[in-house]
Design a protein. Sequence first.
Length: 448
Amino acid sequence: MNLDDTIVAIATPPGRGGIGVVRLAGPEARKIALPMLSMKHDLDPGRAIFGELAEPGAGDPQRIDEVVVTYFAKPHSYTTDDIIEISAHGSPVVLRHVVELALARGARLAEPGEFTMRAFLNGRIDLTQAEAVRDLIDSQTLYQAKVAAQQLDGALSRRLQPIKQELVKLIATLEAGVDFAEDDVSVLPADQILHHIAALRLPLDQLASTFAYGKLVHEGLTLAIVGRPNVGKSSLFNCLVERERAIVTAAPGTTRDLVSETVAIGGIPVKLVDTAGIRRALDEAESIGIRKSHEALADADLVLVVVDASQATVPEDAELLQQVAGRPAIVVHNKCDLVPSHEGTGVRTSALTGAGIPELRQEILRHVGGDHGAQAEAGFLTNLRHQNLVQESLVGLSAAASAVGKRIPHEMLLLDLYNALRPLDEITGATTTDDILNLIFSTFCIGK
Ligand SMILES: Nc1nc2c(ncn2[C@@H]2O[C@H](COP(=O)(O)OP(=O)(O)O)[C@@H](O)[C@H]2O)c(=O)[nH]1
Ligand SMILES: [Mg+2]
């Protein structure tokens, strides 16, 4: 990837809008931009200057749009290059024209994620921060955005840094021992090496254990609402999404296709899936619907089993409860407005009056793990790539510990410790290969 040329892209989303921004980054950014602009003042780093976009060429320049131009001087810019941002009105035609003018003057069209990649390759941010930019842009809930912003601020790197330092110290000590040990004298006794390795494992294990929640924050979860026909599944679904999304009727067997909608619960995107009532089907469409219900049940991270509180439990209810045994599930006794309160497990709701809906939300939140929220500042793993690398590092440390136990020479032990260090470097990008880089930045959109 060439770092020395000047790249250009439309930085705002496709389509029409109040404002659209074209971004130019690289040594020629100013030289390329100036001829197409006529401005009230000279460019001044960090200042927005009002001007006109004009068709250059012979005769009087033809005015195309009014623009605001911002110049970020090297190295104090997003990529550390000279950057020019031209904010025009958000017409795709005008924005494309600006890009074409820039291309004609020697700029190159930026690849997806190339601006952020330059920020990384120029050392302004590390890989976890670059990934955080993508997560921030992709976030569906404000909480996800906050978590990404923490990572962008370096939370994960800060958490890894002391672990890496200790590991490097241990490696350095042992390397020194290998160099000087003539007659099998170990610089560090075995029990001390083991102690150091254990001290490294602890914070890494803790970090790895944050992934279960981090994955939830990052990917959200799927919640299937299942139960017999007419117990109020669609009504509850509508209560949870806070609008009339699914069809509700008094006739059993109305819902046949899966209806899904994503809502934020505790800052986690929860995909709610309303399903067809499970019973012996009356016709083909219903039986297909019921098969889909079973699939949704199987795929869900969390299941709401809805039963009718106003009716005696029937074998189908018991069967459903049997099916979700051992899985994250909440039993909801709906239509509680029809019966006086009773004892029992599960949540009592009335989709009709709204009673118990806050409690149901609370119960879902409990499963989602809303109480981990405070971890955000400490930095946690939301990304499978990071999780795999932390695990790899732990494997290296385990191998090292068992090598110590077996009195294997330190040269070999060191290989294991390097195997533990390398994945940690890869998380922040200290030793990244082009393959990993391309993998990450190709998931960006153009102009970022
Ligand atoms: N009294 C009462 N009726 C309800 C309640 N929830 C749903 N219903 C009614 O029960 C019927 C079936 O509801 P629906 O949501 O379509 O059930 P589904 O087949 O499980 O999706 C409709 O007539 C709803 O108005 C409730 O909490 N209390
Ligand atoms: Mg329904």
